[in-house]
Design a protein around this ligand. Structure first.
Ligand SMILES: C[S@@+](CC[C@H](N)C(=O)[O-])C[C@H]1O[C@@H](n2cnc3c(N)ncnc32)[C@H](O)[C@@H]1O
Length: 315
């Protein structure tokens, strides 16, 4: 009897064959239909562990993540261009098909952040903000009204499209800044941020993601928070997965796996106060927590949060 996991893998591989045969991943009826089918296939909670897939399926997953990232980039550029043609782009964000997902993801990430923040952050960095920096916009508009947001993207066109969206807004035009840099070339500036968000699509495989996490671990201020997007279950066919052990130089505070239409898992970690040379090797998971990852859901029924370090909620 073919089990549920094998059926899911078969369906993902079939969709991969169709997607990888497309001439272009720019938004159109066929591209939208295939990616919608892929997301609907991967969203339901699944016990699948992508690290245990055979080599062929592992290779398909690696390429599929890159194809999803390329398609997401085209989709965001497409809608950023349309929004940029409005007088007040921020009044029309709901034309973006995944806008409600970003509202939910932004609220989720803010809720998790507020459980570990000792004060309202004054400066936040978002790495990989893209042409449609919805996370920064949602946070700045709905959750952190006095915080400035520094958006980093290596693509100058993404930044010029993004700037056009906020330039007409009297508030956000003064609180949103855009820097065209590969984050691996940014060092001292990273010390200025109390919170650094890392986009899901920055670092498209484990090696690339770990290189960036190591770089942030080297240059972020001790005590600063890193908010990172990962994936769980079958959603790991869409995005790279980051494990607590990948966070060298950080104390992993919690990992949250949504079970609703918010696709990304959220990981929050704090930059260690001691350098690695002082004997703290790898990511520090508080000993009283690492063996008994608690699964409780203070935010919403059906999700899972692995609370690795419980701290007083002061924000
Ligand atoms: C298309 S956006 C998608 C952002 C998406 N909302 C997310 O959460 O991942 C991803 C952006 O990351 C940027 N990017 C990728 N690697 C980067 C790096 N090393 N430094 C700065 N930006 C990077 C790309 O240029 C792209 O615009």
């Amino acid at each position: 009897m073919v089990c549920e996991e094998e059926l899911l893998i078969e369906k993902v591989c079939s969709l991969y064959e169709q997607i990888s045969s497309l001439e272009s991943l720019k938004p159109c009826k066929n591209v939208d239909m295939l990616f919608t089918k892929l997301v609907l296939t991967c969203i339901p909670p699944s016990p699948i562990d992508v690290t245990k897939l055979n080599k062929t399926v592992q290779d398909i997953r690696s390429h599929l993540i890159k194809l999803c990232g390329e398609a997401e980039g085209h989709l965001e550029s497409h809608y950023s261009t349309i929004l940029g043609s409005y007088d007040k782009p921020l009044n029309h964000l709901n034309i973006f098909p995944y806008y409600s997902n970003y509202l939910k993801l932004g609220h989720l990430e803010f809720t998790i952040l507020s459980q570990h923040c000792t004060h309202v952050p004054t400066k936040v960095a978002f790495v990989g903000s893209g042409p449609l920096p919805l996370t920064s916009i949602v946070l700045a508009s709905n959750h952190l009204p006095s915080t400035t947001f520094h958006n980093y993207d290596m693509d100058p066109l993404a930044n010029s499209n993004a700037m056009r969206l906020v330039s007409s807004d009297p508030d956000l035009s003064k609180r949103m800044f855009f820097h065209t840099n590969d984050i691996l070339e940014v060092s001292n500036a990273l010390k200025e941020y109390e919170v650094v968000y890392l986009a899901a699509l920055v670092g498209m495989d484990k090696e690339g993601k770990n290189r960036i996490i190591d770089h942030l671990g080297k240059h972020m201020n001790p005590g600063a928070l890193l908010m990172l997007r990962s994936a769980h279950g079958a959603r790991a066919f869409l995005y790279p997965v980051v494990e607590p052990c990948d966070f060298r130089g950080f104390e992993v505070l919690s990992v949250f796996h949504p079970s609703d239409e918010v696709i990304n898992s959220v990981v929050i970690a704090r930059k260690l106060y001691h350098s690695l040379e002082q004997g703290l090797v790898g990511s520090m998971i508080l000993p009283n927590k690492c063996s008994e990852i608690q699964a409780f859901n203070p935010l919403n029924h059906g999700n899972m949060i692995e609370e690795l370090a419980v701290e007083e909620q002061l924000l």
